[in-house]
Design a protein around this ligand. Structure first.
Ligand SMILES: [Zn+2]
Ligand SMILES: [Zn+2]
Ligand SMILES: [Zn+2]
Length: 255
């Protein structure tokens, strides 16, 4: 069975939040400690795919012993989704080759300007990641795995969710068009962002995420990109039985 591991399930601040002593931020339950959102997928044939490279990537890679990436899918260029790009150089060192990183035109342009040193010639010896920027223009393939980009709105900007077989990963969405909903037809597992209880201009709230899940009606849905609003054990029981909060380190099977 193909496997997906949640490397991080937190919003941009992570949880605990610096300086906060709310119940969640003080919780000893590891499921209340959320690194920045990212998932690692391994297919039946062993192809290894990362979605987003947040600022916690180094710790996530160490914890889950990630040392090989056949490709990286990027949802968008906000810091909590690309801030760990420099850490990829150790993966390059082990793989002895560059890594293909996929995103929209805006995402790739932002990566080039924020990590400009990567793309400039510098003296030999300064370790830099080696990335091959790959523009997502439609369905793509990483080794044998077919991937369907799912355009969604994140406030005013268009970003990408990704569908791999019967699983879809959508983060940072605040609106999904009818056209994109069609691309999600027949999925069994949906991973979708649910920021907090109150509405937010650029992220689905819990109520909005639940509405989308009802519309798409997957067998199972996982909520991610969570703030400290949610206390895992207290709030899990309030969710419908086919919906769960994702937590760091959770592994699920998919096809
Ligand atoms: Zn984010
Ligand atoms: Zn807190
Ligand atoms: Zn964002």
């Amino acid at each position: 069975m193909a496997k997906l591991t949640f490397l991080g399930t937190g919003t941009s601040n992570g949880v605990p939040v610096i300086g906060c002593d709310c119940e969640t931020c003080r919780s000893k339950d590891p499921r209340d400690q959320r690194m920045r959102s990212s998932v690692f997928l391994e297919t039946n044939l062993g192809t290894k795919i990362l979605i987003d490279v947040g600022p916690d990537f180094r710790n996530q890679a160490l914890y889950h012993r990630i040392h090989w990436l056949d490709g990286i899918l990027v949802s968008h260029s906000h810091q909590d989704h690309i801030g760990g790009i420099d850490e990829l150089r150790q993966i390059n060192f082990i793989m002895k080759k560059s890594i293909e990183i996929y995103g929209t035109e805006t995402t790739l342009r932002e990566i080039q300007s924020r990590f400009d040193y990567i793309f400039k010639p510098t003296q030999w010896g300064g370790g830099k990641p080696r990335l091959e920027l790959c523009l997502v223009e439609g369905d793509l393939r990483i080794k044998e795995q077919k991937i369907v980009p799912i355009p969604v709105m994140h406030g005013q900007i268009s970003i990408n969710g990704y569908r791999l077989g019967s699983l879809a990963y959508i983060t940072d969405a605040s609106f999904i068009s009818e056209e994109s909903l069609k691309l999600l037809n027949g999925i069994k597992t949906l991973i979708i962002n649910a920021l907090r209880l109150e509405p937010h201009p650029t992220h689905f709230s819990l109520a909005e995420a639940l509405k989308i899940i009802e519309r798409i009606s997957p067998q199972k849905a996982y909520l991610t990109h969570l703030t400290h609003t949610f206390l895992y054990q207290r709030d899990s029981v309030k969710l419908p039985s086919n919906i769960a909060f994702a937590y760091d380190g959770l592994s699920i099977n998919w096809e």
